[in-house]
Design a protein around this ligand. Structure first.
Ligand code: HMG
Ligand code: MG
Length: 319
């Protein structure tokens, strides 16, 4: 069985989308470069969403333009870090494709569509029902794949919703199956408000595993683990590391984290309580290693990236 675990750092996107104070484009670029240098497999750089909805990431095209100046080395092709961005609709995809046209190479290797297992959250976050968000994705997925980009499909509220409370694993599995039929290359299950416990994670993985094809984590653990399935944990109660351990035992081989524990969806901040940060990539890598698995991440590089995150003066102060 493979011992290699894939690490995606989402700090420049999830980490900075909820900041009350704007972060300068040059600082975002500094953070992306530092995280890339740490040896993660993928960096989620920004979002091509409506700047009315998430003004903090309104400079996505500028961030990518600055990254393009470094050339294709280290990002595109064999062994390079995958750079990705969120796109909610065809307008967002068009912006991502324009970045690649201007760069002259596939700077953005993957786009991520996002929906939820909760109707209320889908409305609050994307102004549409779950079905409406999926309809928007039809054209996005077809065009993205036609242009050679991989497509990730996020399902938020995979454990609980900030408005509806606990979410049954069957509801998540149903949305995953619908995304699978639309042709996403991978699925990412988001514990948006960071309330997961290991037992709930195991139930979730089992339910999703029953409803999607093997290339998206379906079936049993198998020799290579559950390819195509990622877990995206926020960490409100310090349990995310234990959830990583549980997910590894159930065959998950891909996780998201954010250096410095930055992160949180603006539309998951409820009743004056700010949405929790993602699991710190350092804690994530430590949990993966402690369970006997490997990552390509270099500890010193990660510490340097965390220092850059800290120098931005943002986030949750360590979680
Ligand atoms: P809408 O208002 O229904 O969209 O929003 P619309 O089509 O009516 O357009 C409204 C305005 O936005 C128009 O501009 C459009 O041009 C513009 P106006 O004419 O008013 O000046 N617009 C855009 N501009 C730039 N790029 C675009 C775009 N689309 C429309 N792509 C929409 C619908 C989905 C666009 C909106 O709700 C939105 O942008 N939502 C994004 C919310 C978001 O980014 N949330 C955080 C990410 S999800 C997350 O954090 C969870 C995750 O981490 C996993 C987890 O933890 O669970 C992934
Ligand atoms: Mg998130």
């Amino acid at each position: 069985m493979t011992r290699r675990v894939r690490i995606t750092d989402v700090s420049p996107r999830d980490g900075l989308q909820n900041e009350p104070t704007p972060v300068a484009t040059a600082d975002k670029v500094r953070l992306v470069r530092a995280v890339m240098a740490a040896g993660v497999d993928e960096v989620e750089v920004s979002s091509f969403v409506s700047p009315r909805w998430v003004p903090q990431l309104g400079d996505a095209a500028e961030v990518f333009a600055a990254l393009a100046q470094g050339g294709a080395a280290g990002v595109a092709g064999e062994g390079g870090v995958v750079l990705s961005a969120l796109v909610p609709n065809e307008r967002g995809l068009e912006s991502a494709l324009e970045v690649n046209r201007r760069a002259g190479f596939a700077l953005i290797g993957k786009v991520s569509v996002f929906t939820a297992a909760s109707e209320t959250f889908a409305q609050r976050n994307t102004n549409g029902s779950i079905a409406q968000t999926l309809e928007r994705f039809v054209g996005v997925i077809g065009r993205a794949k036609g242009a050679g980009l991989a497509v990730r499909g996020y399902v938020s509220c995979a454990i609980a919703c900030p408005y509806e409370g606990d979410i049954e694993p069957g509801r998540v599995a149903d949305v995953c199956a619908r995304l699978a039929r639309l042709g996403v290359d991978e699925l990412d299950l988001g514990d948006t408000i960071g309330v997961a416990e290991p037992r709930g994670v195991l139930a979730l993985i089992e339910a999703v595993g029953r409803s999607v094809p093997p290339e998206l984590g379906g079936g049993g653990v198998g020799g290579g683990g559950r390819r195509g399935l990622t877990l995206h944990l926020h960490d409100t109660f310090g349990r995310a590391g234990a959830c990583v351990t549980a997910a590894l035992s159930a065959g998950v081989r891909s996780f998201d984290g954010a250096v410095g524990g930055l992160g949180g969806c603006p539309y998951a901040s409820v009743g004056g309580r700010r949405a929790p940060g993602n699991i710190d990539t350092r804690a994530l890598v430590a949990a993966v290693r402690a369970a006997g698995y490997d990552t390509g991440v270099d500890g010193a590089g990660l510490a340097a990236a965390a220092a850059v995150a800290q120098s931005l003066g943002v986030g949750h102060g360590g979680r």
